[in-house]
Ligand binder design. Structure first.
Ligand SMILES: Cc1cc2nc3c(=O)[nH]c(=O)nc-3n(C[C@H](O)[C@H](O)[C@H](O)COP(=O)(O)OP(=O)(O)OC[C@H]3O[C@@H](n4cnc5c(N)ncnc54)[C@H](O)[C@@H]3O)c2cc1C
Ligand code: FES
Ligand code: FES
Length: 455
């Protein structure tokens, strides 16, 4: 088994023996390689100043190098801002930023250039809405964004590149000074290793776990990285359901998830920025067990079953039975989420999902709600930010056939949310009720009687 982390950086093959796999990519780039274009602004994935690009099979993805761990870069291809003009000509993203005066103090500029580079190299449209999405994970305190958006428009669009072959993966296993980092290539290896190391922390995209390193200042002594396991990268879609392997990122699953419903697309579009969606996974969102994780309300409303694996055994657990308390789940030591199955809305069903947050883009929800009423009148409501875990609203669901006001009254019995800096308890209840009324108004009075199939 291999003990050296290896990857391609700016066209150069790099092999790192003896390097800490939980060191952040940003720290290594700046301190070990003197590649100081990527900056540290927030160290938590929020500002985009540290953006570098990964050349992935289906696209060039921007990632936040401040929370990307070196071990997770194994057998990947990384491009930093220093490489863009390596052949003596500036990249169209750089030219456009210059021409449109998209840089003032310059601190954010390499991050914006890399976000634009990834957008351009993936065939992203030079259109305002697409550019706003592509740049939502980057902050600038000087320019007011208009010249940066102008640069994106000026940069133009190149044809989307053909899918690149997926590089074959081999297992990386590092053990030093009692610390372990295991990045297997197969499900069997992962399952066996976790039985032997049940205390291991699982690393998927690291958009939650990475912050334990950079903000919690914790050492991760025993880590299993999921991103190289072929079986965990599978996406299966049938007429009834979508099943995502636990290591499939939001970006990789975006189109399939967006096909579930236009509101699913909108919810995902507002989940983090492009850098977070390039790394983060739905399974990580679920396992992180935050009461304000954004995908769970939608999954609870649509119907979602997790396949959990421990050693050779697998069990299927409905998402609503997965949480046992605040940040607690039914996962046993050595057990992990193998895949997430999401039911598609059936003909005649009505669905809506809403995210309320103080800032529109790249912000955590105060309340997130999803409503799903089947053609038969069955109601499935999922909420985030209303309880210690993401949860359904059984009393409101039962009251729904009696009308939206009955369901709203019941909602206040379903939940006793906390007050915090995002919103007071009474705000949260009032907001949840308002969202339910909005859903009912959107689908019309028929929703309370007999629903007709949608054409
Ligand atoms: C800037 C920023 C913005 C964000 N915005 C949002 C947002 O708008 N909405 C939102 O909901 N979240 C947001 N997040 C949080 C985060 O991106 C999501 O929760 C994401 O889905 C986590 O997935 P991951 O793959 O990165 O998980 P990781 O960080 O790799 O893991 C998270 C946790 O889950 C565990 N885990 C991971 N995979 C498995 C598995 N297969 N089985 C068992 N345990 C597992 C890990 O051990 C860890 O405890 C944001 C994060 C950042 C940094
Ligand atoms: S330093 Fe802010 S996103 Fe990485
Ligand atoms: S140019 Fe100064 S922060 Fe963007």
């Amino acid at each position: 088994m291999r003990e050296a982390i290896r990857f391609t950086l700016n066209g150069e093959r790099v092999s790192l023996a003896g390097e800490d796999p939980t060191r952040t990519l940003l720290s290594w780039l700046r301190e070990a390689r003197a590649l100081t274009g990527a900056k540290e602004g927030c160290a938590e994935g929020d500002c985009g100043a540290c953006t570098v690009a990964l050349v992935e099979p289906e696209a060039v993805r921007p990632i936040a190098s401040c929370i990307a761990l070196l071990g997770a870069m194994d057998e990947r291809t990384i491009v930093t801002v220093e490489h863009l003009a390596a052949h003596g000509r500036r990249h169209p993203a750089q030219e456009a930023i210059l021409d449109c005066h998209g840089s003032q103090c310059g601190f954010c500029t390499p991050g914006f250039v890399m976000a634009l580079y990834a957008h351009y190299e993936s065939g992203g449209a030079a259109e305002r809405a697409a550019l706003c999405d592509a740049l939502a994970g980057n902050l600038c305190r000087c320019t007011g964004y208009a010249p940066i958006l102008a640069a994106g428009l000026a940069m133009g669009t190149r044809p989307a590149p053909a899918r690149r072959p997926s590089p074959s993966q081999s297992t990386l296993s590092i053990e030093r000074g009692g610390r372990r980092f295991f990045a297997p290539a197969t499900l069997a290896e992962l399952s066996r290793w976790l039985l032997a190391h049940p205390q291991a922390r699982l690393l998927a995209g690291g958009t939650d776990l990475g912050l334990e390193v950079t903000k919690g200042l914790r050492d991760l002594d025993c880590v299993a990285y999921l991103g190289k396991v072929a079986e965990l990268k599978e996406v299966r879609e049938t007429d009834e359901a979508l099943e995502l392997g636990a290591a499939v990122t939001y970006a990789e699953a975006f189109e399939a998830l967006a096909r579930l419903h236009p509101d699913a697309r909108e919810l995902l579009r507002r989940l983090g920025g492009a850098q977070v969606r390039a790394m983060g996974t739905i399974a990580g969102n679920i396992a992180n067990a935050s009461p304000i994780g954004d995908t769970m309300p939608m999954l609870l409303a649509l119907g979602c079953t997790l396949t959990l694996r421990r050693g050779e055994s697998e069990r299927r657990v409905p998402l609503e039975d997965f949480y046992t308390g605040y940040r607690k789940t039914v996962l046993a030591p050595g057990e992990f989420i193998r895949s997430v199955r999401i039911e598609k809305p059936r003909p005649g069903a009505r669905f809506a999902a809403y995210k309320l947050s103080k800032r529109f883009d790249q912000d955590i929800s105060t309340v997130c709600a999803a409503f799903h009423v089947t053609a038969e009148g069955g109601a499935h409501f999922g909420f985030g930010g209303m309880a210690a875990t993401p949860a359904r609203a059984p009393r409101a669901e039962a009251a729904w056939p009696r009308g939206v006001e009955a369901a709203c009254a019941a909602l206040a019995e379903d939940f006793a949310p906390i007050s915090d800096h995002r919103g007071s308890a009474s705000y949260r209840v009032a907001a949840a009720q308002a969202l339910l009324r909005k859903f009912a108004a959107g689908i019309g009075p028929r929703a309370l009687l007999e629903l007709e199939p949608v054409a």
